[in-house]
Ligand binder design. Structure first.
Ligand code: SAM
Length: 452
């Protein structure tokens, strides 16, 4: 449970470590606690399949403690096969971390760890013994089906069976996508094995922030209809980023993958309003989306080149992003991507509205390219030119003052700084330094002031 949903700008992939909180959103803790409270009674028995370092154990253990009950925790503490958890468990004694946390939380007499494979331990438990069973073990299809089928008889009448990592119902996904991913822990942030196992086991069930649940009613099951205090009803929490492509974060929600410009920051594609935003592009698969983005970027770049570097108008249909996206800064230039074109804009230009102002490679202080790498050398050259001019200016000033020292006192008074530069009646600087300043201003700003 509780995988971290993180917003990336740059590299993709969750960075899990042992100490990292596994709780994706706080709402999950409220939901789990509320489900447990709804069925807990004095001396209750709760069961958790998959405890890892104890995030969900803390939640369920607190409920069991409040009711003088127990929480049984089944885990082999070797992590999920083929995941980061498995690699971590090879290097660390995860059970010790789990137990230390249990002790520090005062749950030593409440939590009863049962170390081993869930399929081995499940077989020795008696039916109808538990008020709530929470399943968050092996997410692959076969194991998930085995856990659901194996542990459901252990729930008492009126009790709750629930679990984590159910990103939606069968109908929310392309069946081929679920089938292709069912034997892996998680594909593109979807636990296909769990989605399939739950959808196949129950006709109807609740999903709240990826936690699925059903309540036993005699021989059958029904979805729970519980209010979760302080939690807005939502089936799925904002899905984590699966990868970054160009300046987009890619996330999967249901049947589609969405590309969200980094500049938009963390947005929630589970909200319909967000999915309708013009800057957000979607496709049925990551590969199709990458292709679509690359094509849109190339088309937009070609269009910009055909127009002599002018940016297409904002909000252009099919454009990869209507908003300029700042990619970074380099040697006094802001580097911005707009409509698939990369611009280096000298900071001296001040705020620019790329959508309205005509900005071309001919504009002073503006460099245009198809990709960032193309800009670096021209920026360095530009900077080298301006440094050279500045050094030249300093040298000329130094030369002027040194020559002044050599001049006889009378001539110094006469010539003063006017020998090399002076202000005229309008206050404009004349002489070599004035020329220098004007050139610099014109080069950087295209500034009419530079002519003064
Ligand atoms: C996603 S973690 C559980 C996270 C935990 N519920 C929490 O909130 O922190 C899954 C756990 O299932 C355990 N696990 C995976 N396959 C298992 C199996 N066949 N039997 C027992 N435990 C298993 C792993 O060792 C891991 O600790």
């Amino acid at each position: 449970m509780f995988k971290g949903a993180r917003w990336l700008s740059g590299s993709a992939g969750p960075l899990l470590d042992l100490k990292q909180k596994q709780m994706a959103v706080d709402e999950q803790a409220v939901i789990l606690a509320t489900l447990a409270e709804s069925v807990a009674r004095a001396g209750c028995r709760l069961l958790e399949v998959g405890s890892w370092c104890g995030d969900s154990t803390m939640v369920l253990g607190a409920v069991a403690k409040r009711h003088d009950g127990h929480l049984f925790c089944i885990d082999w503490w070797k992590g999920n096969i083929g995941t980061d958890l498995e690699r971590i468990a090879e290097q660390r004694d995860v059970f010790s971390v789990f137990w230390q946390r249990v002790r520090e939380s005062g749950l030593e007499d409440v939590v009863i760890p049962m170390r081993g494979k869930s399929e081995d331990i499940g077989g020795i438990l008696a039916p109808g013994r538990f008020d709530l069973i929470y399943i968050d073990g092996d997410h692959r299809h076969e194991s998930a089906c085995r856990d659901v089928a194996g542990f459901s008889p252990m729930v008492r009448d009126g009790g709750v069976l629930c679990g984590d990592d159910c990103e939606g119902r069968l109908a929310d996904f392309d069946p081929e996508f679920l089938e292709a991913g069912k034997d892996r822990d998680c594909v593109e942030s979807v636990h296909c094995g769990v989605v399939l196992a739950v959808g196949q086991a129950f006709h109807d069930y609740s999903i709240d922030y990826n936690i699925w649940s059903v309540q036993r009613t005699g021989p059958g099951w029904r979805p729970l209809d519980i209010e979760f205090p302080g939690v807005r009803r939502k089936r799925q929490f904002s899905p984590p980023v699966i990868e970054s492509h160009a300046v987009y974060n890619l996330v999967r929600y249901g049947r589609l993958v969405y590309a969200i410009p980094h500049a938009l920051g963390p947005v929630d594609v589970t909200e319909e309003e967000t999915r309708r935003r013009p800057e957000i592009v979607s496709a049925a698969s990551v590969a199709a989306l990458r292709k679509k983005l690359d094509k849109a970027i190339a088309e937009s770049r070609d269009a910009a080149r055909a127009q002599g570097g002018a940016a297409p108008p904002p909000g252009q249909a099919g454009g990869p992003a209507a908003l300029p996206i700042k990619l970074g800064a380099f040697l006094g230039f802001n580097i911005v991507r707009y409509q698939g074109v990369i611009y280096a804009l000298h900071r001296g230009l001040g705020p620019l509205d790329l959508g309205r102002q005509r900005v071309t490679p001919e504009t002073r202080g503006v460099l245009v390219a198809g990709f960032v790498g193309e800009l670096l050398l021209p920026i360095v050259r530009f900077r080298a030119g301006s440094v050279r001019r500045r050094v030249l200016g300093i040298w000329r000033q130094w030369k002027a003052s040194t020559i002044r020292q050599w001049l006889p006192a009378g001539r110094q008074a006469n010539r003063g700084r006017g020998a090399f530069q002076h202000e005229d009646s309008t206050g404009a600087v004349k002489g070599p330094e004035g020329v220098q300043r004007r050139r610099l201003r014109r080069a950087v700003h295209g500034d009419p002031e530079g002519d003064r």
